[in-house]
Design a binder for this molecule. Structure first.
Ligand SMILES: [Zn+2]
Length: 129
């Protein structure tokens, strides 16, 4: 079974950043739109490290810093958490059963006909004229 672990990150040098940007011709790997001059961008791992993606240039591409980062990060964390849960279930790790903290309400001692009763529920409203 392959482990879904987080891959160690290499350092990002300016040269590597440029190479990655040019490999993708400046097109964002998340939304597919070109990154305009002066627009902030960062190096994105196409397959996230926490999903077993490798920290190699082939798995890296530029992405918009503002509009695209949060979207993909949230999606990746969601997928990584799910992968972890699926794996845990597969190898038989389950969450401990939760015990009910309180013992609940005591049984009423009043006879049934003395208990508070709600008025009969009206199912249909009278037609307004
Ligand atoms: Zn984008």
């Amino acid at each position: 079974m392959t482990d879904v672990g987080t891959t160690k990150r290499k350092s990002m040098t300016p040269g590597r950043r440029l190479r990655i940007f040019e490999n993708h011709k400046g097109v964002c790997v998340t939304c597919g739109l070109p990154i305009k001059v002066g627009e902030p961008w960062f190096v994105e791992h196409i397959r996230a490290l926490e999903l077993g993606g490798e920290d190699v240039d082939a798995n890296c591409g530029p992405a918009h810093q503002i509009s695209c980062k949060a979207v993909k990060d949230a999606d990746d964390h969601h997928r990584a958490s799910k992968a972890k849960r699926v794996k845990q279930r597969h190898i038989g790790i389950t969450a401990p059963k939760q015990k009910i903290a309180s013992r609940g309400f005591p049984q009423s001692t009043k006879p049934k006909n003395e208990r508070a009763q709600l008025p009969p529920r009206q199912l249909y409203r009278e037609e307004q004229v």
